[in-house]
Design a protein. Structure first.
Length: 318
């Protein structure tokens, strides 16, 4: 069954190979030679601050649950988990955070995993909002439907402040195989899992949402600097749309680190704005370099400072 799931991961690789066959590499190399380094440096600096912001968000969620974890340890654990996500299959990196808490503070996984899930949901939700906003501005199709979706995006979180509705969603999460395997093996664990979500229902969720918005504006700003480094003049709203769509597709289990799907999205949108396929592919390459290579280097350094046993994590979720 696992092998069948991994077959879908190669869809993105197949897309990437198809794209590479269509590229004029002499033209690609010419655009690489014309890159202006300062723009890439600005983007790489911004990526570091994105890690800081998202670490602060996770710390706020932990504080809501009464978990006292220093910002230094929160930053190292959060960023190290991203390195684990880069080098391991599945969602191992997502769950590495809870094992840091278990190792450092002896916090049960069933109690802390709710903060990790909520932390990830913030990313997905804000990406969807920005993506829909981008479509309303430069997209095609039914404006009424798009505006309706945007309004629903703003209304939906309000329902989660109702304990009965939240309890319903938590009961659905309990049934997910990976979550139940990692943390919910006993009735007491299920109780702690539900209690962890209820503890998050306070004003700090708004602070976490604000930090998420700031971190994604920083993400788009970094992408804007990357585009500027190769003289691609895009309006900021175009950056919001193309990066949001590419990141949303990266959540689908059809590629490795978004390879293939990201290139396809960038080529589709940039060629529609009269840029060449080669320019779009260079933009995608630089995006990958800044966010995955340089960002991965930041994460690797944090992992070296604060390592966690990968074999132990794998054992826990098997």
């Amino acid at each position: 069954m696992k092998s069948k799931k991994w077959i879908f991961r190669f869809i993105g690789i197949i897309i990437l190979i198809y794209i590479l066959f269509k590229v004029d590499f002499k033209e690609y190399a010419r655009y690489i030679d014309d890159i202006q380094i300062p723009g890439l440096v600005y983007a790489c600096v911004i990526i570091f601050f994105i890690y800081l912001a998202k670490s602060l968000r996770w710390k706020i969620l932990l504080k809501s649950q009464g978990i006292k974890y220093s910002f230094r340890d929160t930053f190292l654990a959060f960023t190290s988990s991203n390195f684990i996500a880069f080098i391991t299959p599945g969602r191992l990196g997502e769950f590495a955070k809870v094992f840091y808490l278990k190792s450092d503070l002896n916090i049960p996984v069933s109690r802390s995993i709710s903060s990790v899930i909520t932390d990830r949901l913030f990313d997905v939700y804000i990406l969807l909002c920005f993506g829909i906003y981008g479509i309303t501005t430069i997209g095609e199709g039914s404006r009424f439907l798009i505006y309706l979706l945007l309004v629903l995006c703003f209304i939906l979180p309000l329902f989660f402040f109702h304990k009965r509705i939240l309890n319903y969603w938590v009961n659905l999460l309990v049934r997910l195989p990976l979550i139940s395997k990692v943390a919910l093996r006993k009735d007491e664990s299920i109780r702690q899992f539900k209690e962890g979500f209820l503890q998050l229902l306070n004003i700090r969720l708004l602070y976490a949402a604000l930090i998420t918005i700031i971190s994604y504006v920083a993400l788009y700003l970094a992408a804007w600097f990357i585009a500027g480094s190769m003289n691609i003049e895009l309006e900021f709203i175009n950056i919001i749309l193309v990066v949001s769509v590419a990141n949303i597709l990266s959540f689908l289990p059809i590629s490795i680190s978004g390879l293939g799907t990201r290139e396809a999205v960038f080529i589709y949108y940039l060629t529609g704005l009269n840029y060449s396929t080669e320019q779009a592919l260079v933009f995608s390459t630089l995006f990958f370099f800044c966010f995955y290579i340089v960002g991965g280097l930041y994460a690797y350094i944090c992992y070296m400072i604060k390592p966690v046993s990968l074999s132990r994590i794998k054992q826990e979720i098997q």
